[in-house]
Write a protein that binds this ligand. Structure first.
Ligand code: AMP
Length: 290
């Protein structure tokens, strides 16, 4: 595996892959790799060669009071893991390389980026779409792989790709979870013993929604009440938001129809967790994928 730190060299490699008509796949990450990332890499390797994994803790997607400085950075362990997985290139630019002092441009997906996560984290998605467009331009991947763990982010990136006629196909992969249901996240290392135990209430609240749907409930206010009951029974977990939204518009729906997401964010101690379940119409019932 070759590690690349400069944009110029990454562009050169990508250009060579394209002229050889190879199908280049990109997996964008912020590092501190876990099995969720690995699942995206494996998906990319099934469909693409070469595979580029980018590792960049993007300062523009962190708010001033957020965890940029303490975000886990484990470059050497990540590099070894990627090497063992057979990844072709690790693209790990510095913040100065990505954002020189006179950097001025940003990309905003209007509307979709200012609610839910965007409501709680103003400017977050502006940072995400800006860095992802830069990565797409630098790496020019045929396909890029994202996790449904960040469902709103994936929806925004797909919109950006359509709106800007990008040549990159956006692939969204399932959520990888711990045995107790907690979605894997680089931030899970912040959770100490009691908080780690309490965090399982987050996926449990999604399971409560699934159970109510299985019993025939279709009213989203009542489904969300079931979710809130689980969260409020766990005093260490504070709900930030929970909503059931149309998968395309990300707008709240009053009763289940078509495809939707139940999305939530919650704080466990100082650690902010997000999670979601996908709800799809399946004949005359609904299938819930957590
Ligand atoms: P991050 O390094 O947290 O920015 O995540 C990089 C990519 O991995 C994003 O597309 C995430 O949605 C995805 N990802 C993170 N956690 C998981 C997970 N538990 N399962 C599947 N994908 C994930």
């Amino acid at each position: 595996m070759e590690t690349i730190h400069t944009i110029e060299w990454m562009k050169q490699i990508a250009h060579e892959a394209r002229t050889q008509e190879r199908i280049l796949g990109l997996v964008p990450t912020m590092g501190a790799l876990h099995e969720g990332h690995v699942s995206l890499i494996r998906a990319a390797q099934r469909e693409c060669a070469p595979v580029v994994v980018s590792l960049f803790v993007n300062p523009k997607q962190f708010g001033p009071a957020e965890d940029l400085s303490k975000y886990p950075r484990t470059l050497e362990a990540d590099r070894a893991a990627l090497e063992a997985l057979g990844v072709d290139y690790l693209f790990a630019p510095s913040p100065q390389e990505m954002y020189p002092p006179d950097f001025r441009t940003s990309v905003v997906v209007e509307g979709l980026s200012d609610r839910l996560e965007g409501g709680s984290r103003p400017g977050h998605f502006r940072g995400v779409t800006t860095v992802v467009l830069k990565l797409f331009e630098i790496v020019q991947p045929r396909f890029a792989y994202f996790g449904r763990k960040d469902a709103q982010q994936a929806r925004l990136i797909r919109q950006m790709s359509t709106d800007l006629n990008l040549d990159t196909g956006v692939v969204v992969c399932p959520i990888i979870r711990e045995a107790d249901g907690l979605a894997l996240s680089s931030r899970n290392v912040y959770l100490n013993g009691e908080d780690r135990r309490a965090a399982a209430a987050v996926p449990r609240s999604l399971a409560a929604v699934r159970d109510e749907i299985a019993k025939g409930e279709r009213d989203t206010a009542r489904l969300l009440a079931a979710l809130r009951d689980v969260i409020s029974a766990e005093p260490r977990v504070a709900l930030d938001y929970a909503d059931i939204v149309d998968n395309e518009t990300l707008e709240t729906i009053a009763s289940l129809r078509g495809t939707s997401y139940v999305l939530l964010a919650a704080k466990v101690g100082d650690t902010r967790l997000i999670d979601n379940a996908l709800i799809e119409l399946d004949g005359d019932s609904f299938r819930v994928t957590i």
